[in-house]
Ligand binder design. Sequence first.
Ligand code: 13P
Length: 255
Amino acid sequence: MAKRTPLISGNWKMHHDHLEAIRVMQKLNFRLPLDAYKTVDVSVHPPFTDLRALQTLIDVDEMSIILGAQHCHWEDKGAFTGEVSPAFLKKLNVSLVIAGHSERRELFHETDEMVNKKVLAILKHEMTPILCCGETLDEREANEADAKVQAQVTAGLNGVAPGDVARLVIAYEPIWAIGTGRTATAADAQAMCKIVRDTVKNVGGSDAAAGVRVQYGGSVKPANIKELMEMPDIDGALVGGASLDPDEFAAIVTY
Ligand code: 13P
């Protein structure tokens, strides 16, 4: 079967205010040849305060870059001070929303149950979740990586219709490789991404497993992207640090 269209996503985390974001986006767009989008989907996930400016820029300059967000609440509206509704993101033409990034799980105590509610809410508003999973170094060394990832994926997909699972994105991001300069070897990343796909098969069946796009994330750089993308179960990358610089990110996208 033909491989799925790869998706390479830049998660800017808490970097680039809206003015910097405009500059970075213009440079990125300039660096990416139109041909690039024929073979790969590209998304950027800026902080919330940048979204309106980037939506306008994408619209006016007819950019092919997909607008993404890093997080949202699961309710449409209500007394949730500081939170952002998925409905508001949809209004800004956001198409992809990250759910359950390890930094949100660790620093903001997001549980599997909360992540699952977000996945369902994102789908309800006709956007695509990028569901994140991944083990800590301790879990890896204790041979618990497989079980951790299986549990996170299974919990994250609870109640999602098989047809929706097929159009989902799941990012395998080993926590020990995030921002550390340590990347999983391509073979290890492949083995874990296969576990993600097998878990999707158990939950949603063969079609869902064949359709779901599995990204690898954790110190992806221009130097290691090609090798990762050659793996049969890796359909893209979720890039942190290297996505902040338009030259570096463009080099990753055009691997
Ligand atoms: P780095 O690419 O900086 O390791 O970050 C990965 C990540 O967390 C993307 O969501």
